[in-house]
Design a protein around this ligand. Structure first.
Ligand code: ZN
Length: 315
């Protein structure tokens, strides 16, 4: 069976410039007026962060797929387990990693208000013969205006402000399914706001059929949203032990795992954590995030973090 790549991502670097100045003129003097800046809320480690989700369904009439509201809700339910350590299968984590399993403390719900404040189901459906890749070959070199999925005037749907919502596009990926094959992709924080979204094929979304074998538990979305929340893969690129996922408690791992490996499996002089959501094993073989990944995600919501506004607007 041909395995699908779960992700192609574009990294946008956000560079922050800091400046400071010394005021030496007032040495020895009390300022006439002291301006106290309001204290910005800090995300406490135990705080549950709630993120509204809008689902954009772009269904091609020439090759329609089935995606009921119930199937969409089943995916939201999976996310609320996986990101809260409420997924029962996390107990399958090997003993040596068990103390690393994290409750990331994020919950998701279908948006109840649209950007204008009007009531919504959080699910918008459009019929258009475009795929998840129409006008977008994921190289980042084509003009964003041509990414049909993200623009209503090209047949897709305009994104809702990503500083207020998680946008998930359900789109046909079948044109890559049998070739290079992609089940989903996501943009890292800092992406152009017009495309700051997650895209998933309906055949790997939720837990209700029809679903592809190996993708029956909704973990493609768990993985892709991990990228949207700044997580990188836990394995090295090009078979290198220099992983660079910027997370200390995920062991170095030489390359991706597919299918259903069994523990212990080792590379880079250590046992692999292939059961991590940021590897690429089958849905029933991945079941945990680590404390380090949690920290990296939650840093996004603190002052200076790339998704700080999302946190403040939904607090
Ligand atoms: Zn990925």
């Amino acid at each position: 069976m041909i395995k699908q790549l779960r992700i192609i991502t574009t990294v946008m670097l956000v560079i922050f410039f800091y400046s400071c100045s010394d005021d030496e003129n007032n040495l020895g003097e009390m300022p006439e007026e002291v301006v106290v800046l309001p204290e910005e809320p800090i995300v406490s480690p135990d705080e549950i962060i709630k993120i509204p989700v809008v689902i954009h369904v772009i269904n091609p009439p020439s090759r329609p797929f089935i995606i009921s509201d119930e199937k969409i809700q089943s995916q939201i339910d999976v996310l609320n387990k996986d990101y809260r350590k409420k997924n029962k299968d996390h107990v399958k984590t090997p003993d040596e990693f068990m103390n690393l399993v994290a409750d990331v403390g994020i919950e998701f719900y279908l948006a109840t208000k649209d950007p204008d404040g009007k009531p919504t189901t959080g699910i918008i459906r459009t019929e258009a013969d475009i795929s998840g890749f129409s006008g977008n070959d994921l190289t980042g070199e084509l003009p964003i205006e041509e990414y049909k999925l993200f623009f209503e005037n090209k047949g897709g749907q305009d994104i809702w402000p990503s500083d207020s919502y998680l946008n998930i596009y359900i789109a046909d990926m079948f044109d890559r399914w049998g070739g290079l094959g992609l089940a989903g992709y996501a943009y890292f924080p800092g992406a152009d706001p017009r495309i700051d979204a997650v895209v998933i094929d309906p055949r790997v979304f939720g837990t209700l059929p029809p679903l592809e074998a190996g993708y029956e538990l909704g973990r493609t979305a768990t993985h892709e949203i991990g990228h949207w929340l700044n997580l990188k893969h836990i394995y090295g690129k090009d078979g290198s032990c220099e992983v660079g996922d910027e997370v200390a408690d995920t062991p170095d791992q030489k390359s991706q795992n597919l299918g259903k490996p069994t523990h212990p499996k080792s590379s880079c002089d250590t046992n692999e954590m292939f059961m991590n959501f940021m590897d690429r094993v089958d849905d029933d073989t991945m079941f945990m995030f680590t404390n380090g990944q949690k920290e990296r995600i939650r840093a996004l919501f603190n002052e200076g973090g790339a998704r700080r506004a999302l946190y403040l607007k939904n607090k």
